[in-house]
Structures are given as structure tokens and as C-alpha cells.
Write a protein that binds this ligand. Structure first.
Ligand code: PMP
Length: 430
């Protein structure tokens, strides 16, 4: 029995099936490469789900963490605060869009950042309702499950959820929902469900991550800003997947020239160490009473040391420019594949920087989603040494999230494997 099969047996016996995983077990990783316990090498186009924008074990991140572990690993910020927390807050306040005073708080996971954004939005506005979007994903805690716009598997059987959460349609060209239709959906919520004066916040992913790499039209985000301004509603940009240089800007919403009131971030921020943040207008962030925010591990010194190094690396290696370069390289290659008759299963290729999606359909006329081909492609690519992820409410999208530090030869190597794997999968079907 292989080491992988033996571990898979123990895994199955010891870990609940609700945590779904791939079938490779990590042994070590460096930058955009990962080796499993069999010694097999993979190109990593998943980056731990958009966490490793600076790659696995970036030397600057590892050095900062090593230095921090020599000093202290945990004090609890409430008990004995530290400079690195304040420094990172200052840097994120400066990096976030908006020409006004900002403040930042740190927690540990993406869901926790969203929870806290909702808390401060409610406390500041004195209102309770939150509007989110169909197909959106905001986490697996009770409030973030309520905000998430996809039932299976994220919400199935886990309710009841916190009340006063409403879902508007997200603009999705491939589903015939343009900006006007999506805004009409929002208007219907104001007519049918809740008056705008009771809405604390609208939370939106500038590019839906789990929901299928759906890029919000910039005018849609601008309209949301205008609606929020008209009704005193706060705009929360959930940049947990899109942020930290992934799309070619520090935050994806900057592409649309929209200034949100609050931004949630996590994933890429800690460069592989758990850390999340909420950055926002100072007066909103200050609304909660002392003791109302925080947590034992909130703003871990290790995560903060890593994140301060991540911001240095984004600057020194110009990772925003690299995101654009990687995204363009991938998109060109996928568009070239999509032009071939044999790959009429490719229904759409889209990207915002290095958030790249290839959408698979049964045929281009019906545009019916094809999840089977995605499952087969991802399995075949894994056999050939490439780690890919799917996404989308219909699970018919392959998402590419390579580290922004990946050498271009490895981008090409990964794309070659993608093409070879897809050629085989399509060949087997004919
Ligand atoms: N918001 C978005 C946009 C996300 O992509 C995710 C994670 N995929 C989350 C929130 C939740 O983050 P976490 O898993 O760290 O709780």
C-alpha cells in the first residue's frame, strides 16, 4: 500500500467527511512548487486558495517569522500590545482607498473579519439589516453562512441563521444578469423586504471567488456606492480572496475607483500564516465600545510579522505588476485554446489580474454548465503534477490562483500540463 493510500485510510477514519480535501498529502513546498509524501512534484496553481500570493515560504516572510519567534509568540494584544500590530494597521490604513482617517483591527480568519465588519457596521449605524449577493461566499460561521449566497454545501442543514440578511442578484453576464437587472433586484428588496433606512451595510466581493470568479462590472460597484450614499448604508468590500495584489491592485475595488467604508481582508495578507483584518473609516471602526472587539488570538504576533514582510515583498517585487503579467499570460493561452474546435467545451475565459477563470459548458449554444469535465480535468492535471481548483455555483469553473512570485517558466509549464490534461479528457469523451 502506498504512503498516500495508508494516510488516506487514517484520514477517513479520523476526520469528518464534511471537510472535503484533495487526494495529495503535502510534504514540503517552496514558492510555486509543492512535493507530496511520495516525493512527487506539483506546480501549485491553488496557492492555498489565494493565500500564498507571495509563494510558499517566501524567504522574507520566513525570516520575519523566525525573528518574531525569538522575541515572543503570543502575549494577547489586550494583555501586552506590540508595535507590529500598530505598524501593520498604519500601513493598511494608508494602502486602503479613501482620503480620510482610517483604523484597522486584526483577527484570525476571513469569516472572523466579516463578522467584525458586520458588528461595527451595525454598531455605527444603529441599523440591523445586511444585504449580500447570490452566489457570494463570506465564510462558515453562523453570520457569514447567512451572508453566503449558496445553500449546498455551505448552509445545508446548518440553520437557523441570524435574521435580517437579504440577497440581491449579482451581475453575471453568462447568466443573463447585467448591471441594470442586478440593481433592479436590489430595488425589489427595498420594496418587498426591508426599507433602506434599516439597512446597515451592503457587502460585496468585487470579484466573486467561490461563486465563480464573476467580475462585478465597475459601473455596478459605482452604483452600489451611490445607493449606499443616498441611504446612509455602509459599503463593505469583502477582499478576502481578491485583495493583497491578487488582481493587479492592492484591492480589487480600486479598479472601479470606488471607495468602500470597510474592507475585509485575510488569505494573502499573512503570506501563509493566519491573519485577517478589517480596515475602515475611523469613526465606524471606533463605534464599538472598549472590549467589544478582539479575541485571544486576534492579531497574532506571528501573523503580523509575516504580514509586515508580505507588504514589503509586494512593494519590492512589484507584485501588482506581476499579477497583471501572469493574468495576461494565462488568459492569452486559454483564449488560444478556446478558439480550437476541439475545445468548444470552454465557454468563457475571464480574469482580473491573476484571478483567472476558465468556464466549461456542454456546448456554446446551450451554455449548460459542465461540472464533469472540470472534475476530470482537475484529477488528470493532478496526475500530471498540477494543482488546480474549481469554483462556481455549478462547479463548472477552473480557477487559477498561482503565487504572484511564480517564475514565468513555471506558469508556462503549468499551462502545458493544463492543455495536455484537457486534451486527454476531451479525447476520452469522443
Ligand atoms: N470571504 C471570501 C470572499 C472568501 O473567499 C473566503 C474564503 N474562501 C472567506 C470570506 C472566508 O475566509 P475563511 O475561510 O478564512 O474564514
Amino acid at each position: 500500500m502506498s504512503a498516500t493510500m495508508a494516510l488516506a485510510d487514517r484520514h477517513k477514519a479520523a476526520v469528518p467527511r464534511g471537510i472535503s480535501t484533495k487526494t495529495l498529502y503535502a510534504a514540503r513546498a517552496q514558492n510555486a512548487e509543492l512535493w507530496d509524501i511520495e516525493g512527487k512534484r506539483y506546480i501549485d496553481f491553488a496557492a492555498g486558495i489565494a493565500v500564498l500570493n507571495t509563494g510558499h515560504r517566501h524567504p522574507a516572510v520566513m525570516a520575519a517569522v523566525a525573528q518574531q519567534t525569538e522575541a515572543f509568540t503570543h502575549t494577547c494584544f489586550n494583555v501586552a500590545p506590540y508595535e507590529t500590530y500598530i505598524r501593520l494597521a498604519e500601513r493598511l490604513n494608508a494602502a486602503a482607498p479613501g482620503d480620510f482617517a482610517k483604523k484597522t483591527m486584526f483577527v484570525t480568519t476571513g469569516a472572523e473579519a466579516v463578522e467584525n465588519a458586520v458588528k461595527v457596521a451595525r454598531r455605527f449605524t444603529g441599523r440591523s439589516a445586511i444585504i449580500a449577493f447570490g452566489g457570494g461566499f463570506h465564510g462558515r460561521t453562523m453570520m457569514t453562512m447567512a451572508l453566503t449566497g449558496k445553500v449546498s454545501p455551505y448552509k445545508k442543514g446548518f440553520g437557523p441563521f441570524p435574521a435580517e440578511v437579504y440577497h440581491a442578484p449579482f451581475p453575471k453576464k453568462s447568466h443573463g444578469i447585467d448591471t441594470a437587472k442586478a440593481l433592479e433586484g436590489l430595488r425589489q428588496i427595498f420594496l418587498n423586504d426591508v426599507e433602506p433606512a434599516r439597512v446597515a451595510a451592503i457587502i460585496v466581493e468585487p470579484v466573486q471567488g467561490e461563486g465563480g470568479f464573476n467580475i462585478a462590472p465597475f459601473e455596478f460597484l459605482q452604483e452600489l456606492r451611490a445607493i449606499c450614499d443616498e441611504h446612509g448604508i455602509l459599503l463593505i468590500a469583502d477582499e478576502i480572496q481578491t485583495g493583497i495584489a491578487r488582481t493587479g491592485r492592492m484591492f480589487a475595488i480600486q479598479h472601479a475607483d470606488v471607495v468602500p467604508d470597510l474592507i475585509t481582508m485575510a488569505k494573502g495578507l499573512g503570506g501563509g500564516f493566519p491573519l485577517s483584518a478589517v480596515t475602515g473609516r475611523a469613526e465606524i471602526m471606533d463605534a464599538a465600545d472598549p472590549g467589544g472587539l478582539g479575541g485571544t488570538y486576534a492579531g497574532s504576533p506571528i501573523g503580523l510579522a509575516a504580514a509586515n514582510a508580505v507588504l514589503d515583498v509586494i512593494e519590492s517585487e512589484d507584485l501588482c505588476a506581476r499579477a497583471t503579467e501572469i493574468g495576461t499570460r494565462m488568459r492569452n493561452r486559454f483564449e488560444e485554446l478556446a478558439r480550437r474546435n476541439s475545445f468548444s467545451c470552454i465557454g468563457d475565459v475571464r480574469n482580473l489580474g491573476a484571478m483567472v477563470a476558465v468556464e466549461f459548458v456542454k456546448d456554446r449554444d446551450s451554455r449548460k454548465p459542465d461540472a464533469d469535465i472540470v472534475t476530470a480535468l482537475i484529477a488528470n492535471a493532478q496526475d500530471k503534477g498540477l494543482i488546480l481548483l474549481s469554483c462556481g455555483v455549478d462547479a463548472n469553473i477552473v480557477r487559477l490562483l498561482a503565487p504572484l512570485t511564480i517564475p514565468m517558466e513555471q506558469v508556462d509549464e503549468g499551462l502545458d500540463i493544463f492543455e495536455a490534461a484537457l486534451t486527454e479528457v476531451v479525447g476520452k469523451r469522443q
